[in-house]
Design a protein around this ligand. Structure first.
Ligand code: HEM
Length: 181
């Protein structure tokens, strides 16, 4: 994954727990990278090891960390660093979610070697929809829960998101039920 992912994780941990905690997480993960470069590609394994080590050091379950990271990603990385992309993608939560299947096509223009997630919306109602999430990576559904939480915060819209089906059941993707008021 692009270095910006690991860098955002570092920023989240450092702002809540300080740099020395991040250093011990890197050490536990066996990650010997001084500085993550946003535009550089790093093996996915590094990100997974960092999340695993953060879970041990902070004594928090990895899914809870990933969910918090989803919120952080939207409210800090996306909103602050890529405000123009966020604004172009929709003026409210519903429009944004409906646009989401196309979102990373734009991101791809900035990051040409992106291996992006794929999304699809179905059962679109006035205040709910089903979000289908496809990825070549495993274990990131808690991150998606947090991203949707974060989008609710970003649009000042109370949102509820529940995972309805799991990759292991369907054999290819996860489905989330998202509702807002
Ligand atoms: C401007 C804002 C955003 C940028 C710049 C961005 C960029 C990225 C980047 C660089 C990755 C790592 C993938 C790789 O390096 O191959 C990624 C992964 C991901 N992004 Fe985004 N993203 C943004 C917003 C969002 C939003 C709003 C969502 C969903 C609500 C989202 C969902 C995901 C997911 C689930 C992954 C994990 C990869 C996977 O599932 O395989 N992103 N994104």
């Amino acid at each position: 994954m692009y270095g910006m992912v690991n860098k955002a994780l570092e920023d989240m941990v450092c702002s809540a727990h300080g740099e020395s905690v991040w250093e011990s997480i890197k050490e536990k993960a066996g990650v010997d990278v001084e500085l993550f470069l946003s535009n550089e590609g790093y093996p996915d394994d590094i990100t997974y090891r960092l999340v695993g080590a953060a879970s041990e050091v902070l004594q928090a379950p990895a899914p809870a960390l990933l969910r918090a990271f989803g919120v952080y990603w939207v409210m800090n990385t996306a909103a602050k660093g890529y405000g123009h992309l966020m604004q172009a993608a929709g003026a409210n939560l519903k429009d944004f979610l409906i646009y989401l299947p196309n979102f990373h096509t734009r991101v791809n223009l900035i990051f040409p070697h992106l291996n992006p997630p794929r999304f699809l919306c179905s059962d679109i109602e006035e205040s709910s929809l089903k979000l289908h999430y496809f990825s070549d990576r495993r274990g990131l559904s808690p991150f998606v829960l947090g991203l949707v939480d974060g989008l609710g915060q970003y649009f000042n819209t109370p949102v509820a998101v529940n995972q309805e089906s799991f990759w292991s059941e369907l054999g290819e993707h996860d489905i989330f039920h998202v509702s807002w008021s």
